[in-house]
Design a protein around this ligand. Structure first.
Ligand code: ADP
Ligand code: GLC
Length: 483
């Protein structure tokens, strides 16, 4: 098969810049796609963390004026990834998160910042860098949503275009009067273009104008085509349903591998599961939990926002912690939620241990040391933490939504009897549902043989990138330009 060149346009890329799972996916796909004959070069904004990570830097194009300032397009490598970086200090040389001011508000010029990314992606797509002419431009999330639009409205031949929705809750909606400044033609402002309820929708533009649409699980692909979960875009998605594909995420075995993970107190495999107890002990010590090897230890690794449902866990705490069970929480986000968990750690000393912030090592230790991982999301496009949990022998307790529904096999009576269960699912997503699944987990915990079977099932599940990468390659090949 003909080798393909793909330009992946993303605002995050693990291990260089990450706020969530988008980074993990964008960082893993290039390696997985190599085996499918696909060469991926990723285009990233030149955030400070990105600029610091670069090696083999070469300036391949200069922009005297891009979104109100000079910019350079750099070709480089970082951590064995091939990159283009948009070095535009007036847009990206800022402290903190890629999207928010240090006070936690959206940067007021986010429209300009990410229109520039889309504009440059389209230039590369149209051959601006002769050494790398993509067959496909693959845009991730709203930040890259204008790339397919600029290509659509551009002159001359263009590559095929794919957009992936990692989370339809974030859409990049901006005032209509920015149209000219963002470099979009007046005729783009229609319902079949970038217009979205009288404004400019970056994600909407990508969904309307890309050749193919993917999202990160089959169930989420269906959910977003319903008014309940489509967040205003369901009609558009239904009208394009033959071009919409749900491709499950994987996890990167070179990052998430319990047999070689340096963040663990003890590495382990399916044949040495008992070594996990050293991780449990290290985790209890790290978060100030009682050193009890028999306590059922629930873990959490998450952004703490409405989507993730941790207000339900707070409400469930008395039941969760009954019988001496414990909670180890790593999270960051909503300050009210953080405060409530901080207070819970005082009310339940030795039973609730929290760390607020971002900590890659602790995330690994929680996966390798907890007995169960809580993921009570109200919606979840795919979710990666339940995959990591399964891979690390922690039993996921998840709501039955999106990718959580697709990746966890519920421990109902039949699944237990036939020995295929990998976790616990609950539905609907409310306190009663969560409590029910917690109680089911607690009831099974003393039956260590069944628990161990679930751990081993989870560890045996295929959570790698090979299958998804094959699917992405098929999608790319289905929309190659015909000339
Ligand atoms: P989302 O992208 O919606 O946040 P995912 O489950 O897809 O959810 O991905 C979350 C990723 O971020 C996982 O790799 C998880 O380990 C990581 N993560 C989340 N919160 C933290 C944290 N506080 N510290 C370290 N890693 C975190
Ligand atoms: C988003 C979603 C999450 C998904 C991740 C990577 O952040 O919230 O469910 O796993 O993107 O696709």
């Amino acid at each position: 098969m003909k080798p393909l060149n793909v330009l992946s346009v993303t605002s995050e890329l693990f291990p260089i810049i990450k706020t969530g799972g988008l980074a993990d996916v964008a960082g893993a796909l290039p390696f997985a796609l190599k085996k499918e004959g696909v060469r991926v070069v990723s285009l990233l904004p030149g955030y400070p963390a990105v600029m610091r990570a670069l090696e083999h830097v070469e300036v391949v194009r200069e922009y005297p004026d891009l979104s109100r300032g000079p910019a350079r397009l750099i070709s480089a490598t970082a951590r064995q990834l091939e990159l283009f970086v948009l070095d535009a200090p007036h847009l990206y040389a800022r402290p903190g998160s890629p999207y928010l001011t240090p006070e936690g508000r959206d940067w007021p010029d986010n429209a300009r910042r990410f229109a520039a990314l889309g504009r440059v992606a389209a230039d590369i797509g149209q051959g601006a860098v002769p050494g790398f002419v993509p067959d496909i431009v693959h845009a991730h999330d709203w930040q890259a949503g204008l790339a397919p639009a600029f290509l659509h409205y551009g002159d001359g031949p263009r590559p095929g275009t794919v957009i992936t929705i990692h989370n339809i809750a974030f859409q990049g909606i901006f005032p209509a009067d920015l149209l000219y400044e963002l470099g979009l033609p007046p005729y783009a402002f229609t319902v079949d273009g970038v217009e979205y309820f009288g404004q400019i929708g970056f994600l909407k533009a990508g969904l309307r104008l890309a050749d193919r649409i993917t999202t990160v699980s089959p169930t989420y692909a269906k959910e977003i085509q319903t008014p309940e979960s489509g967040m205003g875009l369901d009609g558009l998605l239904r009208s394009r349903s033959k071009d919409v594909f749900g491709i499950l995420n994987g996890i990167d075995d070179s990052v998430w591998n319990p047999s070689s993970d340096l963040s663990l107190a003890a590495t382990f495999t399916v044949d040495s599961l008992e070594r996990r107890s050293a991780n449990k002990q290290a985790l209890q010590e790290r978060l100030g939990l009682d050193p009890d090897p028999d306590a059922l230890l629930f873990g959490v690794v998450s952004r703490l926002f409405e989507q993730k449902g941790f207000d339900l866990v707070l409400a469930a705490l008395p039941t969760l912690l009954a019988d001496g069970a414990q909670l180890a929480l790593l999270g960051a986000g909503d300050t009210t939620l953080e405060e409530s968990f901080r207070a819970a750690a005082i009310v339940y000393p030795g039973q609730v241990g929290c760390f607020f912030g971002y900590d890659e090592e602790l995330a690994h230790l929680i996966q390798g040391g907890s007995d169960a991982l809580l993921v009570p999301s109200r919606f979840e496009p795919c979710g990666l933490t339940q995959l990591c949990a399964m891979h690390y022998g922690s039993v996921p307790i998840v709501s039955r939504v999106g990718g959580l529904a697709d990746t966890v096999i519920d421990a109902n009576e039949m699944a237990i009897a036939s020995g295929v269960a990998t976790g616990f699912q609950f539905s609907p997503v409310n306190l009663t549902g969560l409590l029910d699944s917690i109680n089911r987990a607690k009831a099974l915990w003393p039956d260590r043989k069944s628990w161990r079977t679930m751990q081993l099932n989870g560890m045996a599940a295929d959570v790698g990138w090979s299958r998804p990468a094959r699917h992405y390659a098929e999608v790319y090949r289905s929309c190659l330009p015909t000339i």
